[in-house]
Design a protein around this ligand. Structure first.
Ligand code: ADP
Ligand code: MG
Length: 706
């Protein structure tokens, strides 16, 4: 005889069916599930717990201690319900006993329990033991389960807690997911057997089962390990494929002209550091190759990246080709332009500056109004990768203060090159990239590291200044200015009314955000009326910005109040103090960047951090900056505190989506990389691995947001 029961129904289900096919799931619940991104049974099984509660060990009642949470199992001796004294609440009082003792249990507002539980039932109860003088010791409002069901999804085990939404509780999800787990065997495992074997990874379907309802801590660990590997493996595969593609392209070989390059270096006003020499040499070798360079020059603020870039540009010029240098802001592009003009003053070489507001050339004062760029070195902002720009013969593209060229930037720059050739690419960044991260994310790049400062740089004394000491800080500044030094003041906003959307990670008190304009007015009018103070912010026109920057450079201003436009690269060796208002507004790496604006000359330099936030957490975060001058350490701390997406802008690399993998798990990252290399070497297009190919496509779709 056939019986259609709720249990049997599951045997007819498959992964791709809608959740509305599940017993007791109708339209309303389906819509709610959709809010969690769950449409099919497969989605439901891939809705992973966000955490677990360990209810796996049952405690003898005699060991119950007030204040502790625990799970108990016992026989129900009595149960009754009553109204509380003020009659607002229903109180159900029960007594359970095990071999060791008895325990009072109190449920609030669940009068139906007197009918649901029968005297003599064995109950499993998980909750907090409490104590009140008039009640004695009792278990307060526990999660309950009749223990007739030996495989309860809710109790007596490591219990999964899921991301929830209104009307969809973890308890509900557990009750739906548990009976569906037998369908997990229908998931095909995308990982090749050899990889699983050699790395001792569990099967995908086993991982699914264990991630929802782990049998033991150990099996939960194994499941997380497996799923973490999968995440890293996809990223690694993508990197390898990218690398492979790049290898198949060819670029123009820039022959190394040793005599000319040596003479350029000899005539510099300073001696290169060993790190600069080493990096320049790595770049020179890359350029002297038909394989396009794809290199990142990673060096802390002030480590001297610009001159290394100039040497690369020189090599290209000596081969009769063009270099383009892209900076993130106009201020910086202009500064590079000035520096390059100086570096190459004895060369018959044309340097051009192109941004939305300027078009200058070192040879002609007036530039033709066209977008056909013929100079030897072209410096600019993102304007350089606009459509319609034409480079006569571009062989090298350098991007400053970015971790890498994006896929689109790369394509556009190639399009803008009239010869249609693939240029060599060099990116430069002052955000130190921790080792694990560079392995996970930058595997397609070769990395040169400038880990040495040009001049013996003194440590920049950094203080977190409490509001009560603000006056003292101003006195200090005054004194520095009297000694002939200059001061930066950084504010998070332009004016107060410009209220930016709050970052998810920090909460800010609106009043604590110092607005640049207001601060400028305050300093100028009431605090230092006798000093010369300038203001710089992103809403000013380029020529205004440039005028102010030049005034500051020429020491015509004592104090420059600025927003974060000053962040990258600006070089004012005479500045010795940087004051940062609303410091909690900025990430640690960003603060470290700001700090790098001072201490660029022989003078002892200082960084004062101000915050009106009283949060202990904020203060602890800012202390990291005050106590560490190592950019790599700060980057790691920032990575831990804020996650990689925020700092490295790596959404397009899927790094923000990591659920199980840790970016600090060097070993697993390395394993994923090694396996990806092997696989792509044998099967570059994943012909024999259609499932991996699909996963990769899916991944691209989800993360390719550039
Ligand atoms: P960043 O790496 O932050 O871009 P810059 O290239 O702006 O650093 O260099 C910082 C300062 O150090 C500049 O004033 C530059 O001229 C100077 N500099 C660079 N290399 C050396 C060196 N080897 N010796 C002395 N000064 C140097
Ligand atoms: Mg720089």
């Amino acid at each position: 005889m056939r019986t259609i029961s709720k249990k049997n129904q599951n045997y007819d289900l498959n992964l791709n069916m809608g959740v509305d096919r599940l017993y007791n799931v109708g339209r309303v619940l389906s819509l709610r599930l959709r809010k969690l991104g769950i449409r099919t049974i497969k989605d439901l099984l891939l809705h992973f717990p966000s955490r677990y509660e360990d209810l796996s060990s049952i405690k003898p009642i005699v060991e119950s201690r007030p204040g502790e949470s625990a799970t108990f199992k016992g026989k129900l001796l009595s149960i009754s319900s009553r109204r509380s004294k003020n009659r607002r609440m229903n109180i159900t009082e029960a007594i359970i006993s095990d071999d060791t003792s008895t325990l009072k249990v109190i449920f609030f507002n669940q009068p139906f329990l007197t009918r649901f539980f029968k005297i003599g039932d064995t109950l499993v109860l998980a909750g907090k033991v409490d104590f009140k003088p008039y009640l004695g010791r009792y278990l307060s409002n526990p999660v309950y389960e009749k223990s007739t069901n030996p495989l309860s999804p809710h109790l007596g085990r490591i219990v999964p807690i899921y991301p929830e939404t209104r009307g969809i509780s973890s308890k509900w999800l557990r009750s739906k997911i548990k009976p569906l787990l037998k369908l997990s065997s229908k998931f095909k495992d995308p990982l090749p057997l050899e990889i699983k074997d050699s790395l001792d990874l569990i099967d995908f379907d086993e991982a699914i089962r264990q991630i929802h309802f782990p049998d033991f801590h150990q099996s939960l660990k194994a499941a997380i390990h497996r799923l973490a590997f999968d995440e890293l493996f996809i990223i690694a595969l993508r990197t390898e494929i990218l690398k492979n593609k790049l290898r198949s392209l060819s670029a123009r070989r820039m022959r190394f002209k040793e005599k000319e390059v040596t003479s350029f270096v000899k005539n510099l006003p300073f001696k290169l550091t060993d790190a600069q020499r080493r990096s320049a040499w790595e770049i020179i070798k890359d350029l002297d190759n038909t394989r396009p360079m794809n290199r990142l020059l990673n060096g802390d603020v002030g480590s001297g990246k610009t001159i290394v870039a100039a040497i690369a540009a020189l090599c290209v010029y000596l081969n009769g080709k063009q270099t383009a240098i892209m900076a993130p802001t106009e201020v910086l592009a202009y500064q590079h332009y000035q520096n390059f003009v100086k570096f190459f003053q004895n060369y018959d070489l044309e340097i051009e500056l192109l941004t939305n507001s300027y078009h200058l050339s070192s040879k002609n004062n007036i530039m033709p109004k066209n977008k056909y760029l013929t100079s030897d070195i072209i410096i600019g902002t993102h304007a350089l990768i606009q459509k319609g720009i034409k480079f006569k013969d571009l062989a090298l593209a350098i991007i400053d203060e970015q971790h890498r060229f994006g896929v689109k930037q790369r394509a556009q720059i190639k399009k803008n090159n009239l010869k249609g050739e693939t240029p060599h690419l060099l990116s430069m960044t002052a955000t130190p990239i921790p080792r694990t991260l560079s392995l996970a994310l930058y595997g397609d790049l070769d990395i040169s590291i400038l880990d040495e400062y040009p001049k013996d740089r003194k440590e920049i004394k950094t203080y977190l200044v409490p509001p009560t000491k603000r006056g003292k800080a101003y006195d200090f500044i005054k004194n520095e200015i009297e000694k002939g030094r200059q001061i930066f003041v950084i504010c998070p906003l332009i004016e107060k009314k410009e209220r930016k959307k709050d970052s998810v990670h920090f909460t800010f008190d609106f009043d604590s955000r110092k607005a640049a304009i207001e601060e400028y007015e305050k300093l100028k009018n009431s605090i230092f009326p006798e000093l010369k103070i300038g203001l710089l912010h992103g809403r000013m026109r380029s020529n205004e910005k440039e005028k102010i920057m030049n005034q500051f450079k020429d020491k015509k201003l004592d104090i420059l109040v600025s927003t974060s436009v000053i962040e990258v690269g600006v070089d004012i060796p005479n500045a010795t103090v940087i004051m940062i208002e609303g410091a909690e507004r900025f990430g640690l790496s960003q603060l470290h960047q700001f700090r790098g604006r001072v201490g660029r000359d022989k003078y002892k330099s200082y960084c004062f951090l101000f915050t009106e936030s009283a949060h202990e957490e904020t203060k602890a975060r800012l202390k990291v900056i005050a106590e560490t001058s190592n950019g790599f350490k700060i980057a790691e701390a920032d990575l831990k505190l804020r996650g990689p997406g925020e700092i490295y802008g790596e959404r397009q690399h899927g790094i923000a989506n990591l659920r199980f993998a840790s970016l600090f798990d060097y070993r697993l990252i390395k394993e994923a990389k090694t396996e990806a290399e092997k696989l792509i070497q044998t099967d570059p297009r994943l012909i024999s691995y259609p499932m991996l190919r699909n996963k990769l496509q899916q991944f691209e779709k989800e993360t390719h947001l550039e």
